[in-house]
Design a protein around this ligand. Sequence first.
Ligand SMILES: *Cc1c(COP(=O)(O)O)cnc(C)c1O
Length: 395
Amino acid sequence: MKYTIDEHGYYGKFGGAYIPELLYPNIKELEDNYIRIIESESFKSEFKELLKDYVGRPSPLTYAKRLSEKYNTHIYLKREDVNHTGSHKINNTIGQILLAKALGKKRIIAETGAGQHGVATATVCALMGMQCTVHMGETDVKRQMPNVLRMKMLGATVVPAMSGNRTLKDAGNEAFRDWINNPTETHYLLGSVVGPHPYPDMVARFQAVISEEIQWQLQEKTGNTLPNYVIACIGGGSNAMGAFYHFLEHESVQLIAVEAAGLGVNSGETAASIAKGSIGVIQGAKTMLMQTNDGQIIEPYSISAGLDYPGIGPAHAHFHDIGRTTVLNATDHEALQAAFELTRLEGIIPAIESAHALAALPKIQFTKNDIVVVNISGRGDKDMDTYIANMDTYC
Ligand SMILES: *Cc1c(COP(=O)(O)O)cnc(C)c1O
């Protein structure tokens, strides 16, 4: 029970479902059915087959020889970057689209910030012939046009959210509003281990395939299923949750979560929700978030759109609270350095989010025999504009 939800949907003092009454029937339907569906043999076999034949799993576990030499230890990279659509997000969208089908839903809605989750959702909707509406802040629609066009090409309707700062949080609010107005035929496909119970637990189960694979891949390569360290970046926390999941009970494995510090945790321009946050409620869950003294959410900043979120999944707030994880942070500058380093040493251009996890390497004192796994949550194609703008400084 220490690392999973209790019967009320809480991880320790974090989690729960703080939702408007009008949303209660939707959440209740999910809560009453998700375990039964996910655990059924037909679901499990279809999920497994799509992950294999459509996503391309298992994703490789690559021994990073030159990076290991540099840090004088043994570093393995879990390659979520090679998945179809370029990140771990597809694991969750495949899981939820199958769940929606099993619940008899006809329409999918989602929220997206940079558009990565929107694209992964539009992808599985095309695959399953489901209607798809993606809510996206109007500011983000303007800055993330290639992803908006991808979603359109995939057949999704992109609805610009016009409230608040017109970014991710506002898109989330609009998605909830849409769901309240369309309760019976619509499933809300949330993109991370955030939101009201049962989403954090449900998304964790879909992403758990990452650590399930790491275990047997390490066994093959090292003769042992357990590493000394697992390192992952956290925005909402889904790729980290997937990479940690099967190691949570093994206390010898050190779990390192890396937040985006932006220009620095004390600069006022940051997305480090644990370092700079306090307990509050965001998107229906009690967790750590960046807020003013009177509870207004502080707009986050990070060079990485995927980590640019003012809160964090309740499980991660709990793991940090009880000391199961070590939470570090990396600035824009450190992440850029790490991205160029991986590219030049291993020939892998990582997503700028994943580069935050890599930026933890120089901050940890490894020994020569340590086995270190870094989760490469996604590939860097989408970040080429950012990398090109910084090429002269970092190459
Ligand atoms: C969205 C995204 C993230 C952040 O989301 P989590 O839920 O924290 O995993 C990290 N990496 C990539 C490549 C992403 O697209």
